[in-house]
Design a protein around this ligand. Structure first.
Ligand code: BES
Ligand code: MN
Ligand code: ZN
Length: 519
C-alpha cells in the first residue's frame, strides 16, 4: 500500500501518534513555535539535549526522544534543518526522506509532522507540504517486485512500511493550503516513482513493447492521446537513423507519442518532451565491456521520465499543449545489426556516418526530434542517458544542459529551483562542430574523446533546426548509489518533477504548482 499523506488541524502537544516530528535550525538554543511547545510539554527535554550538545540542528541530524506519557505522541523526533540562511524546500525534502526511513527502521507504521519551515523558515505553507509529501513518499520508495522477502535495496526488515504521514497544523485556516500543496506533492512523487519503476525493471521485462503498454495505462488513467509507431510506420517516415539502431534486435522498436491538449485553441503554445528509451544498450557491434553492463537496463531513463512527466501534467492540467515522444528500442549486436562505417539517413534527409554503434542514443533522438518538429512543435526538451563523459564531467550532483535557446535553459533552471533537481549548462561553441565532421556523410555519430557530451549535443542540434531546444544529459543523475533524503539507491526518476514544473511555469502560472490544482 502506498503511504497516505493527510493534513489535520490540531495541537501537537495533544496529538496521539506513534511518532511526532518537530524541528530545529542549527544554532538555536531555545526552540520556539511547535518545537518549543513540545519542549515545554516534555519538561524541557529538548532544550536540555541542546544544552548538552547532543542536538545541534545540523541538516540530516535526527534525535529520538521517548515521551513516557508526557504527551500523547509515543516518541518525538527532533529533525535538524541546518543553517537558517541555507534553508529551502530542498532541506524539507531531505529531512522528510531521512525521517521517514529512520522511523520505518524503528518499525513505526505511521507518524505525524509539523510543516517544516512554514512560519519561521519563510516557506509558503503549500510549498512546505508539497516538499514533505515528495520527500516522504520518494524517500520510502522501494523496488521489491522481484524480492520474495518484500525488501528493497535498504533491507530494513519493515516490508509493510509506513501507512500514513499526517501534517499537523495549529492554524485551521492554513489546512486547505497545506492540503493542496500535499496533493501536488503526491502527484509528483507518484509520477517520479513510476519513472523509477520503469528504470529499475530488468530489460527482459521492460521492453519497448512494455514501455508502450505503460504509456497506454498512463494515457487512459489521466486522459492523454496515445500513438505508438511500429517499424513499418517509422520506415514510411524515413527514420533511417532510428531504424539503424533497432535493426540489430528481435524486440520490435516503438516510437511512443503521448499528447496532452491543455490549450487546444493555441497550437503555438506548445512543449515537446523527447526521451531516449534504449531498453538495453549492449553497445551493438561496438560491444561494451562486460563490467557493469547490467546498468544499461537504465538507458531508457529519459523515456521513463517523459512518460512520468506526462502523467503528472495530465493530472495537474496546465494551460499548454505538451507532447511526449519516447524513442524505444534495444541496441543489440544481432546478425542484422548495423556496422561501424554504415551511413544512415534521418527523417530530415541529413546523413550520419555511424563510427561507433554505441553512440546510438543520438541516432534514435535525431529522428524523434524530426518527428516532433513535423507535428508542429516549436519548443523541445530532450532527456537522455546520452554519454559516459557526462558522468565524468558533473558526476551525480547535477544534470548537464546544452541547447540553442538560453531562454529555455533558464526556464529549466528555474523549474529546477522549485523541484530541487539541478542543471548546469555546458557551452555549445561552434568550435566543437568540426569534431563530428565526416568525410562521407553530413556528420559522424562520434566525435572521439574530446568534449564527448557536447559533441553528442552538437549532433542533436542538427535535428532541432529552428525549434527552441534544450538537451538534458542524465547519464549521471538518473541513478543514485545510496539513500539520502528523497533519493534511494537505484533509479532517481530525474528529471520528472522538473519537466512537470516546466510545463506549469511555461503555461504562465506564476509561483508553485499549487495554483493550478485549484482550477
Ligand atoms: N548509454 C550510453 C551512455 C551512458 C554511459 C549512460 C554510462 C550511463 C552510464 C551511451 O549510449 C553510450 O554508450 N555512449 C558512448 C558514446 C561514445 C561511443 C561516443 C559513451 O559515452 O561512451
Ligand atoms: Mn551506447
Ligand atoms: Zn545508450
Amino acid at each position: 500500500m502506498p503511504t497516505a499523506v493527510n493534513v489535520v488541524a490540531g495541537d501537537v502537544t495533544n496529538f496521539a501518534t506513534p511518532a511526532l516530528v518537530v524541528n530545529l535550525f542549527e544554532g538555536v538554543t531555545h526552540p520556539g513555535g511547535a518545537t518549543g511547545a513540545v519542549d515545554r510539554a516534555l519538561d524541557g527535554a529538548i532544550s536540555a539535549l541542546i544544552a548538552d550538545g547532543e542536538i545541534k540542528g545540523k541538516l540530516g541530524e535526527l534525535t529520538l526522544v521517548h515521551t513516557l506519557g508526557r504527551v500523547l505522541a509515543k516518541r518525538v523526533v527532533v529533525a535538524g534543518l541546518g543553517k537558517a540562511d541555507a534553508f529551502d524546500t530542498g532541506s524539507v525534502r531531505r529531512v522528510s526522506g531521512d525521517v521517514a526511513r529512520f522511523l520505518r527502521r524503528k518499525g513505526v507504521m505511521g507518524f505525524a509532522t509539523i510543516a517544516h519551515g512554514a512560519g519561521i523558515g519563510g516557506l509558503d505553507a503549500g510549498e512546505s507540504a508539497q516538499a514533505i509529501a515528495e520527500g516522504t513518499l520518494l524517500g520510502l520508495y522501494k523496488f521489491d517486485t522481484y524480492r520474495s522477502d518484500g525488501n528493497g535495496s535498504d533491507n530494513d526488515g519493515n516490508g509493510g512500511g509506513i501507512e500514513a504521514v499526517t501534517i499537523v497544523e495549529r492554524d485551521a485556516g492554513s489546512v486547505s493550503t497545506l492540503a493542496a500543496g500535499a496533493s501536488v506533492g503526491v502527484t509528483l512523487a507518484e509520477s517520479t516513482m513510476l519513472a523509477r519503476d520503469l528504470v529499475n525493471h530488468p530489460a527482459n521485462v521492460m521492453t519497448p513493447t512494455r514501455m508502450a503498454d505503460t504509456a497506454r495505462e498512463v494515457a487512459e488513467a489521466v486522459g492523454l492521446d496515445l500513438d505508438v509507431m511500429d517499424r513499418d510506420r517509422m520506415a514510411e517516415h524515413g527514420m533511417g537513423a532510428f531504424l539503424g539502431v533497432a535493426q540489430g534486435s528481435e524486440e520490435p522498436p516503438k516510437l511512443i507519442v503521448l499528447t496532452y491538449r491543455g490549450d487546444p485553441d493555441n497550437p503555438g503554445n506548445n512543449l515537446g518532451l523527447v526521451g531516449k528509451g534504449i531498453t538495453f544498450d549492449t553497445g551493438g557491434i561496438s560491444l561494451k565491456p562486460a563490467a557493469n553492463m547490467e546498468a544499461m537496463k537504465g538507458d531508457m531513463a529519459g523515456g521513463a521520465s517523459v512518460i512520468a512527466a506526462m502523467r503528472a501534467i495530465g493530472r495537474l492540467k496546465p494551460k499548454i499543449n505538451v507532447t511526449g515522444l519516447i524513442a524505444a528500442t534495444e541496441n543489440m549486436p544481432g546478425g542484422r545489426a548495423q556496422r561501424p562505417g554504415d551511413v544512415v539517413t534521418a527523417m530530415n534527409g541529413k546523413t550520419i556516418e555511424v563510427i561507433n554503434t554505441d553512440a546510438e542514443g543520438r541516432l534514435v533522438l535525431a529522428d524523434t526530434m524530426c518527428y516532433a518538429r513535423s507535428l508542429g512543435i516549436t519548443r523541445l526538451v530532450d532527456v537522455a542517458t546520452l554519454t559516459g563523459a557526462m558522468v565524468v564531467t558533473l558526476g551525480k550532483a547535477c544534470t548537464g544542459m546544452m541547447g540553442n535557446s538560453s531562454e529555455l535553459a533558464k526556464a529549466i533552471s528555474k523549474a529546477g529551483d522549485s523541484s530541487g533537481e539541478r542543471f548546469w549548462e555546458l557551452p555549445m561553441l561552434e568550435d566543437y562542430r568540426e569534431l563530428i565532421r565526416s568525410d562521407v556523410a553530413d556528420m559522424k555519430n562520434s566525435g572521439g574523446r574530446q568534449a564527448g557530451s557536447i559533441t553528442a549535443a552538437m549532433l542533436l542540434r542538427e535535428f532541432a533546426e529552428d525549434a527552441d531546444w534544450v538537451h538534458l544529459d542524465i547519464a549521471g543523475t538518473s541513478t543514485a548509489t545510496s539513500a539520502r533524503g528523497h533519493l534511494v539507491k537505484g533509479a532517481t526518476g530525474v528529471p520528472t518533477r522538473t519537466l512537470a514544473q516546466l510545463a506549469v511555469n511555461l503555461a504562465g502560472l506564476n509561483g508553485g504548482l499549487t495554483c493550478c490544482q485549484a482550477h
